[in-house]
Structure formats: C-alpha cells, structure tokens
Design a protein around this ligand. Structure first.
Ligand SMILES: CC(=O)N[C@H]1[C@@H](OP(=O)(O)OP(=O)(O)OC[C@H]2O[C@@H](n3ccc(=O)[nH]c3=O)[C@H](O)[C@@H]2O)O[C@H](CO)[C@@H](O)[C@@H]1O[C@H](C)C(=O)N[C@@H](C)C(=O)N[C@H](CCC(=O)O)C(=O)O
Ligand SMILES: Nc1ncnc2c1ncn2[C@@H]1O[C@H](COP(=O)(O)OP(=O)(O)OP(=O)(O)O)[C@@H](O)[C@H]1O
Ligand SMILES: N[C@H](CCC[C@H](N)C(=O)O)C(=O)O
Ligand SMILES: [Mg+2]
Length: 485
C-alpha cells in the first residue's frame, strides 16, 4: 500500500496540480482487466491499442486514480504525464521499493543462448545451496514456484512485482534474460544489474529493429545501464569472439570480463572435443583450470558454459560447483532435447529459430550423424521476414532433406511464409508440408536407422499460433507419439 502523493514524488522534475489528499494505492495495473478496488491504472499507448480507451472501464473495476498522457473525464484523480511508458518503470520500482537493490541481479542478453545461459547460472547457484529467481522465455520461477510469462522479458510492472516476491522469498540472486525489445522499450529501467552478460549477435528481429546497427545498439543498453560509478562491484561479461563485443564494451565503465576460445580471454576453453554424446574441454579461469565433460552438445554450448562459469565466478561460487554442474547438467527443455525411440533414430527437438542457431545446431548434428539428416523447420509469422530465405538455405545446405512447415504463422498465411523461405532457393532437397504434425510424420516415415531428424524452431513451446487461435502443439509429444505408432 502506498499513498499516491508519495509515489509520484519519484517522477523526477514533475509537478502536478491534482488534489490527492488521501488517495491510497493498493496495486498498480496497466491492463484494465487486472484492476481491483484500490488500483492505480496507468494508460499505456501500445502497438495495438491505446490503453487510454480502457481508463473508464478501469475505474468501473475499482481504480482509484489514473496516470495518463492527457486529461480524461473521470470520477477519480487523473495525473497527466508526458510519457506513461517512460513513467511506468519509475512508478513500479517505487511502488515495490526498488527490490533489485536488495539482491544480486544477473542479466543475459544476445541473439542466441540467453535461456541456456540463465538456466546454467541458476543451476550453479542451486548447486551452491542458494535460492534463485529466474525470468525468461520459459517462465518466471522462484525456486519451484512457476508463474507463466507472455514475453521473454516482461513489462516493467510484472518485473518489479516479481522481484518483490523474490525479495520476500529471500532469493540469493535473480537471473534474467534481457531481450532487445525490452531494452529498447525501457522494460528494465530501474533494474539494478550487478552482472550483464552478452552471448552473441546475429540476425533476428529486423522487423522490429530494422537494421543490425539498431539491434546491436539496443543490446548495448543493458551494459550502459550497468552504471558509471565504481562504488559497487559490477561486471560486464562479454563473448570476445563476437565482434559486436567491441561495440558493447564501450557502453559501460565497469570492468570487462571476456570469454572465448583463445587464451586472450579471461575465461577460455581449450582442447575442445565435440563428441556424439557431449563436449569435453579444459575450462581456464583467472585462477584455476577445470576439466569439463558435459552432456551438452555443440561448440555453441561451450560458449554458453563459459558465460555461465564466468558469471558464477564473480558471484563467488566455488569452481568445484561450477565444474560439477557443467559435468552433470542436462540442459534446458527444448534445447537440443533428444526424443528417445527404439527405431535407432536420432530425434532432436531444438529451439533454433534464427539462421545462426539453425546453422550451429545442424553443424553439431553433422559432426556425429553417420546416416542422413532431415530437418523439419518453419519461420514465425509477423516476425523478421528477411531471415526466412536464410533459414531455408541453411536447412538445405546442411541437411540432406528439409521439410518446410508452419511455426506460429500468426496473422500470415503459412503458404506465403514458406514461399518467402524458398523463393531464392537454388537447392531442391526440400518438401513442403504445411501441417506441422504431418511434417514430423513425414520425416519419421522416411527416416532409416542411423538417421537424425532435427525438429527446429519451437523447442519448449506447447502451442501453434494460427491466426488468433492458440492451438495445443508440442513437438516432443507429437514426435513421441509418432515414434510409438
Ligand atoms: C511489440 C511488443 O513488444 N508488444 C508488447 C506490448 O504490446 P502492445 O504494445 O501491443 O500492447 P497493446 O495490446 O497495444 O496494449 C496497450 C495497453 O493497453 C492495455 N489494455 C489492452 C487491452 C485491454 O483490453 N485492456 C487494456 O488495459 C494493455 O495492458 C497495455 O497496457 O506490450 C505487451 C504487454 O507488456 C507485451 O506483451 C507485447 O509483447 C508482444 C506479445 C510481443 O509479441 N512482443 C515481442 C515482439 C517481444 O517483446 N519479444 C521479446 C523478445 C523475444 C526473444 O527473446 O526473441 C520479448 O521480450 O518477449
Ligand atoms: N550460444 C549460442 N550460439 C548460437 N546458437 C545457440 C547458442 N545457444 C543456443 N543456441 C541455439 O539457439 C537456440 C535457442 O537457444 P536459447 O533458448 O538459449 O536462446 P535465447 O537467446 O534464449 O532465444 P530467445 O531469444 O528466443 O529467447 C537453441 O535451441 C540452439 O539451437
Ligand atoms: N521470442 C521469439 C521466439 C520465436 C519462436 C518461433 N517459434 C516463432 O514463433 O517465430 C520471437 O517471438 O520472435
Ligand atoms: Mg530465451
């Protein structure tokens, strides 16, 4: 509970003439459907609708005050600010008393690997008998308590509310994925990061960021937010083998810690062996070297392990625990997840939905597959169209056979998406099967013992979005069922 007068004092250089006397706020909401008696409703101008149009309905639901960008004819006080989206994180942070100043916060950004790295870091804290909170693509979770998320990095209100819960649950650290959309939209303003990690930058989201320069700039904002003073120990952990790190490192005054595959990096991997059942390598840290024998697959996983190990190191987690976690982890669901079967087939479900991740995963499969490789893949609707032909090209280049199918076509026609994928394609080792279940079925029917089927793009997702409908669909379940038939 907060007095509104006290809450809005946190908005810098802001004066208002509304009489607020004793308005007390029990909760803050940005969605009128969530408003309860005593809520403060903040009208957000969205990409789809303008939240101002729901202000009246919010009051009907019990809102006792409204923050808006223009005066509204309502029976409750309306406080007018220039930009409600900009003010939202300030108010959310103030309402929940800046929870992230009370525990270490680790933010991970980059095109690929955020979910994988955050989960590895979480396992390291848990291996150290510490409590954690995690926010990312799969869910928000405080130890075992799961809250579903709509976005990889949710809005500022959801974030601060979650951090408050984490504080109350006495977590030892929070680990979160920070998407470029979130950085660009200021969803993480007010988050007091202690460690910021950069995984890599490759093409994605050009529908939103328009150019790779703007996309990189958005990623760099996480590092700018690490702060400019040296009062606290904060670290920027960067993949030095990715040229974008040279730009990102200029965004922060905090110490730069590097990881990579050469001894120029602070944390580096040497003697890497990519095997059919995992990877092994020597992990060199500034103080000690560890032998790693992990179940995780592919060179990209080595990078993820280095990023996680460096983060754990600066959180004072013993390197013996880091080693134990890397040697025992089974990774995250939907990331290079094998689907067991008795047909002698390698069936892998993976969340590769960018050209770079698809290429990495197919290269990894190629290293151990002695038979033929088929890949079932599509591209998301209402998302970056320029990655479509690139993904189709990579699929046909690295796999013996590609089956192009639907992956959340959303408002677009699945046929048109596939047409975008194949238009410039020079190869013809592909089939088109619009229905995803039929596509997986076709791959299973054509496969022989020793072959590998990669089912890419949806990973942990349990749905297929067609138009406005969200239909149940789970690649692992579907593959399992088809393999048993
Ligand atoms: C483009 C984008 O970022 N959109 C986000 C944005 O939605 P929006 O602007 O369309 O919202 P809106 O529907 O116009 O609503 C405006 C306001 O009216 C309110 N409203 C709306 C309807 C109503 O009946 N009542 C009501 O009060 C809404 O609560 C909101 O406050 O604000 C929503 C609430 O915070 C987000 O869930 C939504 O993400 C959508 C689902 C999305 O697809 N975002 C993607 C592009 C995204 O952000 N992806 C990143 C990266 C993923 C990755 O890792 O690759 C992510 O972090 O998830
Ligand atoms: N370090 C990496 N470099 C390149 N590709 C990777 C890396 N780590 C994982 N991948 C590939 O990218 C896919 C997605 O991985 P992950 O979910 O960890 O990334 P993410 O950054 O969280 O993605 P999203 O932006 O959708 O949240 C994996 O299934 C794998 O194919
Ligand atoms: N966070 C990513 C996930 C894409 C996953 C893929 N299955 C798709 O729907 O395109 C996005 O929203 O662009
Ligand atoms: Mg993710």
């Amino acid at each position: 509970m907060k007095r509104l007068e006290n809450l809005i004092k946190h908005i810098p250089n802001f004066k208002h003439s509304v009489v607020l006397d004793n308005v007390v706020i029990n909760s803050m909401e940005i969605d009128h459907r969530e408003v309860k008696q005593g809520s403060l409703f903040i009208c957000i101008k969205g990409f789809t609708v303008d939240g101002h149009q729901y202000a009246k309905a919010a009051c009907d639901n019990g809102a006792v005050a409204v923050i808006a960008e223009r005066d509204l004819d309502l029976a409750v006080p309306v406080i007018v600010v220039k930009d409600t989206s900009h003010v939202l994180p300030i108010l959310a942070n103030a309402f929940f008393d800046s929870p992230t100043t009370n525990f270490p916060l680790i933010g991970v950004t980059g095109t690929n690997g955020k979910t994988s790295v955050t989960h590895l870091i979480e396992e390291m804290f848990q291996g150290n008998q510490q409590k954690t909170g995690i926010i990312g693509t799969i869910e928000m979770r405080i130890n075992d308590q799961v809250t579903p998320v709509k976005n990889t990095t949710p809005d500022a209100l959801f974030l601060q509310k979650s951090f408050k819960r984490m504080e109350e649950e006495k977590v030892d650290a929070a680990i979160m994925e920070v998407s470029s959309h979130a950085l660009e939209q200021g969803r993480v303003h007010g988050c007091d990061f202690d460690i910021a990690v950069f995984t890599n930058l490759s093409q994605d989201h050009l529908d939103y960021h328009v150019s790779m320069d703007h996309y990189l700039f958005a990623k760099s904002l996480l590092f700018a937010q690490l702060g400019n003073d040296y009062k606290e120990k904060k670290y920027a952990i960067l993949n030095i083998d990715d040229p974008s790190s040279l730009f990102i490192m200029r965004a922060t005054a905090q110490p730069i810690i590097t990881y990579g595959l050469t001894d120029e990096a602070d944390f580096y991997a040497a003697n890497i062996e990519l095997k059919a059942d995992g990877v092994s390598f020597d992990l060199h840290t500034p103080t000690q070297s560890l032998k790693i024998n992990s179940n995780l697959m592919g060179l990209f996983s080595v990078y993820n392990m280095l990023a996680a190990a460096a983060s754990a190191y600066y959180c004072n987690i013993d390197l013996a625990i880091v080693q134990k976690v890397l040697n025992n982890t089974n990774g995250v669901k939907g990331r290079f997840q094998p689907v067991a079967n008795d047909r002698g087939l390698g069936v892998i479900v993976d969340y590769a939905h960018t050209p770079d991740s698809l290429e990495n995963v197919l290269k990894t499969v190629k290293k151990f597959c002695n038979g033929e490789i088929s890949v079932v893949v599509g591209c998301g609707g209402d998302r970056d169209k320029t990655k479509r032909p690139q993904m189709a090209h990579i699929a046909c280049e690295y796999a013996d056979k590609a089956i192009f199918t639907s992956d959340n076509p959303r408002s677009e026609s699945p046929e048109d998406i596939i047409e975008d994928m194949i238009r410039p394609l020079e190869k013809d080792n592909f089939q088109i099967v619009i229905d995803r279940k039929e596509a997986i079925k076709s791959a299973v029917e054509q496969a022989k013992e020793g072959d590998v089927i990669l089912i890419a793009g949806k990973g942990h997702e349990t749905y297929q979005i067609i138009g406005d409908q969200v239909l149940e669909f789970d690649d692992v379940k579907v593959a399992n069922q088809l393999l048993q038939d």
